[in-house]
Design a protein around this ligand. Structure first.
Ligand code: AIR
Length: 186
């Protein structure tokens, strides 16, 4: 039988998980298939998050209002993905001092346009720029978890277990690929 203290603690952590502390924002619904990867990672770690479509160009007022109001609503990290002239992460960063993680998306030009638009921020307004596409969205989710884990020991140990699992999976794949003659001891 679950003891009362443990039950209260787990109810508290469920409540914490339900409350969005990360906002996953994207410029268009056409970005959703890729940006869903960031949300998936956050869900895997039990981090409460919200998903919004906001465009720096098509809905500039909504973009500004979102960025200005995010901290007051309890958001602690913002993940922003966009393609083409991807100004979303930079414009959001201009309106908040919350950490903003940008994900350049491939909506043409292999994402090079979005990569440069996201990464080349002028000094004074930082955006943490991830890789183009799905790997970038995944890492954006993980980086958000790492930032939150600075003040959350439970999350930090889940991250450590995740890294351990990943290393074991890669080692197993290496053994499978090389067969039993693999000279590298994993
Ligand atoms: N976008 C939307 N508003 C500003 C920008 N840069 C981006 C979206 C999407 C791309 O334009 O993030 O990657 C194409 O959007 P759509 O809606 O035409 O498919």
């Amino acid at each position: 039988m679950m003891r009362l203290k443990t039950r209260v603690r787990s109810q508290e952590s469920e409540r914490r998980a339900a409350k969005p502390v990360v906002a996953v924002v994207m410029g268009s619904d056409s970005d959703l298939a890729v940006m869903a990867e960031a949300a998936r990672v956050l869900g895997e770690f039990g981090v409460g998050h919200e998903v919004l479509i906001v465009s720096a160009h098509r809905t500039p007022d909504r973009c500004r209002a979102f960025a200005r109001g995010a901290a007051g609503r309890g958001i602690r990290v913002i993940v922003a993905g966009a393609g083409k002239a991807a100004h979303l992460a930079g414009v959001i960063a201009a309106h908040t001092t919350l950490p903003v993680i940008g994900v350049p998306l491939d909506a043409g030009m292999n994402g090079l346009d979005a990569l440069l638009s996201t990464v080349q921020m002028p000094g004074g307004v930082p955006v943490a720029c991830m890789a183009v596409g799905k790997a970038g969205a995944k890492n954006a989710g993980l980086l958000a978890v790492e930032i939150l884990a600075l003040g959350d020991a439970g999350l930090a140990s889940r991250l450590a277990r995740y890294r351990g699992r990943m290393a074991r999976e890669v080692a197993a794949k290496g053994r499978a690929a090389a067969g039993s003659s693999n000279p590298v001891k994993n």
